[in-house]
Design a protein around this ligand. Structure first.
Ligand SMILES: Nc1ncnc2c1ncn2[C@@H]1O[C@H](COP(=O)(O)OP(=O)(O)OP(=O)(O)O)[C@@H](O)[C@H]1O
Ligand SMILES: [Mg+2]
Length: 143
């Protein structure tokens, strides 16, 4: 799936991810600074009625959101993570192996060899800017 999405249409993408995530619950979000990764996580969370607020995890590395039926959203930003030891410290592997959860990972390219170990549960989404158009993004979904 390769499509142009504006902010409103992100809902459609959230629905698609919801379907796929029953089998693949590790969602890798690729794209430059400001390409729309966090914005999409926020949209997804709205669509499942999470109870707490979605913010950019940039300073925290991991933010966790909850929906009513105990479903958990783990939202990682690996931009500032230095090494695998630091990943272990924040409970990265426990999160990925948790049942009843979905994991969104910004900047997955930093630890791609680790993430490749979970390949069978991974869905990749690529966010791209469009020239002379700040109101939309080109988004590709690779299952
Ligand atoms: N599909 C879209 N259409 C139009 N604008 C968008 C879209 N997605 C995101 N934006 C806008 O782009 C800006 C930056 O988005 P966002 O914070 O989600 O980027 P990011 O990829 O998470 O960046 P970072 O790598 O810095 O965390 C926001 O102001 C947001 O409103
Ligand atoms: Mg972000």
């Amino acid at each position: 799936m390769n499509k142009i999405f504006d902010l409103i249409e992100l809902k459609e993408l959230a629905e698609e991810v919801k379907k796929i995530s029953k089998k693949k619950n590790i969602i890798l979000l690729f794209g430059d600074l400001g390409a729309g990764k966090t914005t999409f996580v926020r949209e997804y969370c709205q669509s499942i009625n999470i109870v707490n607020q979605v913010s950019s995890p940039s300073f925290l590395i991991l933010n966790t959101y909850y929906s009513k039926n105990n479903f958990q959203v783990n939202h990682f930003d690996l931009y500032r993570v230095k090494d695998i030891f630091e990943l272990e410290t924040i409970g990265f592997y426990e999160c990925l192996n948790q049942s009843n959860s979905i994991n969104f990972i910004e900047w997955p390219e930093k630890f791609i060899s680790e993430l490749n170990k979970f390949e069978d549960r991974t869905l990749s989404i690529y966010f791209k800017f469009i020239e002379d158009n700040i109101n939309q993004r080109e988004i590709k979904l690779e299952v």
